[in-house]
Design a protein around this ligand. Structure first.
Ligand code: GLC
Length: 520
């Protein structure tokens, strides 16, 4: 059975934020050649697929998610030849490669928009969302009005993100065809899949109705972009038509996949599998967006598995370049426990680069912040989770010989790949051992998931296949005892001193500690 599992079900995915992964030429920006130099790390860790976040030509107003040419690598990351060499190098190591795909919006410097803005009769006049008057109350992701006046065309255009990221009009057939050609451009060059940026936003209400206020909005606590509910500006049923068309594009090739970025509720998320004709992996952010407590995660995980359509494959994420890092949110022990969940819940795990060594959000000076969200308030800046990868205790953590584009976090001397590789009890070796366990144990890879009754602040479940059974106990609160009549041996504990211990009856489990127990 395991042998026939599709590659994207068995692989562990690893997200690379290319600007911060490895610089090969000393200019302070990570690049594609740098990634190639670091493939040993990924292979050693047991990674099966690498997702390169985005590295296309871009003015970089929004970290490269404002693309001015979808078919060119931005010079700061290298050349198209470097991209081909990287695809090849990844494949030669038996790994797969996913590229970013940003279909919702282009940069305002993209030739399509530059033409569109010139006049209502331009060749690309209808490629973006234009109107004479602001039609509604929609806001952008900074919380400001989403309709931007354009002097040249004497009209407003819509942008879900910053004004330099105009939204494409996906109801226009020419837009669809052009963007499907973009997909084919990279699929033809051997890319194994695409991570579709903000998939749920592609289509907006045809009638452009006002979004209703978010009744739970707390102006003191919540960021300003949460004040409306995107009922009409996002997650429209017609997105599924687009998604199914995208899927037809990838299905014309062997074995290629779509990963969807989706910040929607669980029931909505399931629609994006679209009966097997949508995304293979609609991102499941439940472990990112929910506070971690035993009862809450038990219920969220049960709901997620419970609502999963037949034949749909689950996935799990602990972090990415938009979120606070898991070790910052949950602490060192929590991040270790998170790793146990990530690799044993069942489904495809996604690692965000640096989380495997427990990198934390860096404490950055205001002047260093680059993210447009910083303009709102420094606390919203996503840069702290995007600092350079900490490879060693050398200059700039081994990331660059020059001056890194964003400062390296101060803890790099103690927290780096080189040190953790040498320490069998490190976070890095915990990741590696859990990945290896998942790869060799069918119970963990494809076995049944059996949740146990909630107990205090514990999350506990069994993974079973044939006679092999594992009990996973995660304590999401303070030190406590877990009562069970199951018996076994601890295969991997977040506190590695407990590996190999016998487990029976009452289990003492430390604060934010997790145990993977092979049952007798
Ligand atoms: C996605 C990206 C994020 C970006 C946004 C707009 O959410 O992950 O980094 O700002 O899309 O493209």
């Amino acid at each position: 059975m395991t042998a026939r599992l599709e590659w994207w079900k068995s692989a562990v995915f690893y997200q690379i934020y290319p600007r911060s992964f490895q610089d090969s030429n000393g200019d302070g920006d990570g690049d594609l050649r740098g990634i190639e130099q670091r493939l040993d790390h990924l292979e050693w860790l047991g990674v099966g697929a690498v997702w390169i976040t985005t590295m296309y030509e871009s003015p970089h107003v929004d970290g490269g998610f404002d693309i001015s040419n979808y078919e060119r690598v931005d010079p700061r990351y290298g050349t198209n030849e470097d991209a081909l060499a990287l695809i090849d190098a990844i494949h030669r190591r038996g790994m797969k490669v996913i590229f970013g795909y940003v279909p919702n919006h282009t940069s305002d410097q993209h030739p399509w928009f530059r033409d569109s803005r010139t006049s209502r009769r331009s060749a690309h006049a209808d490629w973006y969302l234009w109107c004479d008057e602001r039609p509604n109350n929609w806001i952008d992701t900074l919380g400001s009005g989403a309709w931007q006046w354009c002097d040249e065309r004497q009209q407003f255009y819509y942008h879900a993100y910053v004004p330099q990221q105009p939204d494409l009009n996906w109801r226009n057939r020419d837009v669809r065809n052009a963007m499907f050609d973009v997909m084919r451009y990279w699929l033809d060059r051997g890319v194994d899949g695409l991570r579709v940026d903000v998939l749920w936003r592609l289509i907006k209400d045809r009638l452009r109705r006002n979004d209703p206020p978010n009744t739970k909005f707390d102006s003191k606590e919540d960021p300003p972009w949460k004040r409306l509910e995107g009922v009409f500006s996002t997650n429209q049923p017609e997105v599924m038509d687009v998604l199914r068309e995208m899927r037809c594009v990838t299905d014309a090739y062997d074995d290629r996949i779509l990963i969807g970025e989706l910040y929607v509720g669980i029931s909505e998320l399931m629609k994006y599998y679209s009966g097997g004709h949508g995304a293979q992996l609609p991102f499941n952010f439940e472990l990112v967006v929910n506070p971690w407590s035993g009862p809450l995660l038990t219920s969220v995980i049960s709901r997620y598995f419970g609502e999963l359509p037949v034949h749909a494959w689950p996935n799990w994420v602990l972090g990415n370049h938009d979120q606070r890092r898991v070790a910052t949110r949950e602490g060192e022990d929590g991040a270790r426990t998170g790793a146990v969940l990530l690799f044993t819940l069942g489904g495809t795990p996604f690692i965000y680069n640096g989380d495997e060594i427990g990198m934390r959000d860096a404490d950055l000076d205001l002047a260093a912040l680059d993210d447009p969200k910083a303009s709102l308030a420094p606390k919203y800046a996503r840069d702290p989770a995007r600092t350079p990868m900490q490879w060693s205790s050398a200059h700039a953590a081994g990331f660059t010989t020059g001056k890194p584009w964003l400062p390296v976090a101060r803890d790099f001397g103690e927290r780096n790949v080189e040190r953790q590789r040498a320490d069998p009890k490190s976070m890095l070796n915990l990741y590696r051992d859990l990945i290896a366990l998942r790869a060799r144990e069918e119970a963990i890879l494809t076995g049944d998931f059996l949740p146990l009754e909630p107990q205090g602040n514990f999350l506990a479940y069994i993974r079973a296949s044939g006679s092999a059974r594992f009990l996973i106990v995660a304590n999401l609160g303070d030190a406590d005892a877990f009562e069970t009549n199951l018996r076994g041996t601890i295969e991997i504990a977040t506190n590695r001193d407990r590996d190999g211990d016998e487990a029976a009856g009452r289990l003492d489990v430390g604060r934010r500690e997790a145990l993977v127990i092979r049952l007798k």
